[in-house]
Design a protein around this ligand. Structure first.
Ligand code: HEC
Ligand code: HEC
Ligand code: HEC
Length: 461
């Protein structure tokens, strides 16, 4: 009996061994030879400048810089449902960065998610999008990174659950989800639209936050831009399921993406603040192209949706509006929330104050009409801190002046009065989680220059 079991174990081990050997054979990628770090002046300054713009479009600074760390030195904790991954050092430091990487090694990392030494990289590094980046753009990115200040900083070890801590497992993921074919231009669309498609689907990787993911952490192709989650924020839907009270147009998208806010949509907060901060310094045509393509993703509003947008705009001035005012009913249903709103919020959000203190009327807030209350809760807790040296929106945080019950009451009132959407469930838990979150960092608005978000702006409420 015992020997039969032992035999079975042995044959099982043999099978596992064969499968593992097969997997390693498929998975194995040769190292690309190390090179001597090329001198800075071997790169064309025009190429380096272009690379800087491309790095902004790709948000490389956003992930490759830890709190209080140095730009591109990596070490940022990127949380995933399977554990924590740390971003790599991509400064040209020869030992701990990419100083000994050839351009070929860099292109392979961008296209296929393989490190110089042949190790497979986790798709937290969004190479499922970067695989569409052109040869020329990769050359410019490489020139830019190789001319940064080298920083000696080894990446901390990842903390992932077994078996995902084994890099060969990534091969299975790639077989299923990595399609490294370049994007085919659509001849029926304009050059601007095609440029936008190239940027959005590739380097700018908008879908990595705005598309929901499946159980294996890959974007669901069938639900592109239907809304995703990032760092305890909701990345709203951008397709025809958008809950933005006023439908988005190409012009509004351009203003929002370029400046960080729009009078009919409010301001970009949380992880999106960093995206718009980066977009404030790239060529204007690139942002126009992104806006044109994204307006196509949103689609022309249906008559019903346009009508609801017009209604939201009309309600802003109850005196002139033909719409029944929702305020009395909302007040009767949620008196505690109504009192807090009147005392703490109405002065800035309804009085038509100019920036920096005037906020949008919350009838126009996507957050208040969104499927969950996370972004609104984060904003109430943390507020909006002024950006250094700029005239930027300012809102105080209420984390220390309101308890969870008061915030829940306020949220219920905001939803009833300022949106036509169903009530939010589970607010007690949501507010408790938001308060305990380490991840609700917030930056206020587009930076005048392309500086990465200041580390002190990434902090707990
Ligand atoms: C969403 C976060 C994120 C963004 C955006 C991002 N990266 Fe990364 N990147 C990572 C993480 C995390 C790793 C490490 C993956 C691993 O250890 O498997 C990484 C790894 C890399 C590597 C491999 C380094 C090595 O030592 O193997 C390179 C090269 C790289 N990134 C370049 C870039 C460039 C260039 C950009 C911008 C165009 C960029 N990354 C944008 C998260 C990101
Ligand atoms: C790192 C994650 C991330 C990336 C990358 C990202 N977004 Fe966002 N985006 C968000 C989050 C989070 C919000 C919600 C912000 C808020 O509450 O103010 C948002 C909000 C938006 C909104 C406002 C939608 C509305 O209805 O109010 C638009 C438009 C948008 N993003 C477009 C884009 C485009 C275009 C790109 C690519 C160029 C992009 N985003 C890349 C996370 C991201
Ligand atoms: C000192 C002025 C001020 C006060 C007080 C204030 N806000 Fe704000 N709020 C702003 C500004 C400015 C913005 C950013 C511009 C914008 O988005 O309209 C903002 C943005 C917001 C947003 C994001 C809107 C969007 O979707 O873009 C929400 C939600 C919000 N505030 C809710 C509140 C609530 C609830 C209160 C009361 C507890 C409050 N605010 C108090 C000034 C203020």
């Amino acid at each position: 009996m015992a020997s039969r079991i032992r035999k079975r174990i042995v044959s099982a081990l043999v099978v596992v061994g064969i499968v593992a050997a097969g997997a390693i054979a498929v998975a194995w990628r040769p190292p690309v030879s190390a090179i001597a770090t090329p001198p800075r002046d071997s790169f064309d300054p025009a190429l380096v400048k272009r690379g800087r713009e491309l790095a902004s479009l790709g948000n490389c600074n956003d992930c490759h810089m830890a709190r209080g760390g140095k730009v591109f030195a990596g070490g940022l904790q990127v949380p995933t449902p399977f554990g924590t991954i740390f971003s790599a050092n991509i400064t040209p430091d020869p030992e701990t960065g990419i100083g000994r990487w050839s351009e070929q090694a860099f292109v392979r990392a961008m296209r296929s998610g393989v490190s110089r030494d042949g190790a497979h990289l986790y798709p937290t590094f969004p190479y499922d999008h970067f695989t569409k980046v052109s040869e020329d753009d990769n050359r410019a990115l490489y020139a830019y990174l190789m001319t940064r200040t080298p920083v000696q900083a080894p990446a901390p070890a990842n903390q992932l659950v077994f078996p995902l801590n084994l890099r060969p497992v990534i091969v299975g993921w790639k077989l299923l989800f990595l399609h490294n074919a370049p994007l085919k231009p659509d001849p029926k669309q304009s050059a601007q639209w095609n440029r936008g498609a190239y940027l959005v689907e590739g380097l700018a990787h908008c879908g990595s936050c705005h598309t929901p993911r499946n159980a294996l952490g890959a974007e669901r192709a069938s639900a592109q831009f239907a809304g995703g989650d990032v760092d305890d924020w909701r990345a709203y839907p951008l397709n025809d399921t958008s809950k933005s009270p006023v439908p988005w147009t190409a012009e509004a998208l351009f203003t929002y993406l370029r400046t960080g806010s729009h009078p009919q949509h409010g301001v970009a907060r949380g992880p999106m603040a960093q995206v718009v901060s980066n977009l404030s310094s790239v060529p204007e045509e690139d942002v126009r192209a992104i806006a044109t393509y994204m307006a196509g993703v949103a689609g022309a509003p249906t008559p019903d949706r346009q009508q609801r947008g017009n209604e939201a705009m009309a309600r802003i001035d109850p005196a002139k509006s033909a719409q029944p005012d929702r305020a009395p009913q909302a007040q009767a249903a949620h008196p505690a929330g109504a009192a807090i709103y009147q005392a703490a919020c109405a002065g800035c959000h309804e009085a038509g104050r100019p920036l920096p203190y005037g906020g949008v009327n919350l009838l126009l807030s996507t957050g208040v009409s969104a499927s969950d209350a996370r972004n609104v809760t984060n904003t109430i807790l943390i507020g909006l801190k002024p950006a250094a040296d700029e005239r930027s929106p300012i809102m105080p945080g209420f984390a220390s002046s309101m308890d969870d019950g008061q915030i829940v009451a306020l949220l219920q009132y905001l939803r009833a009065r300022f949106s036509d959407q169903p009530v939010w469930d589970g607010l007690d838990r949501l507010v408790r989680d938001a308060r305990g979150s380490q991840l609700t960092y917030v930056q206020t608005t587009a930076g005048a220059k392309n500086t990465p978000a200041a580390p002190q702006q990434r902090e707990k409420p």
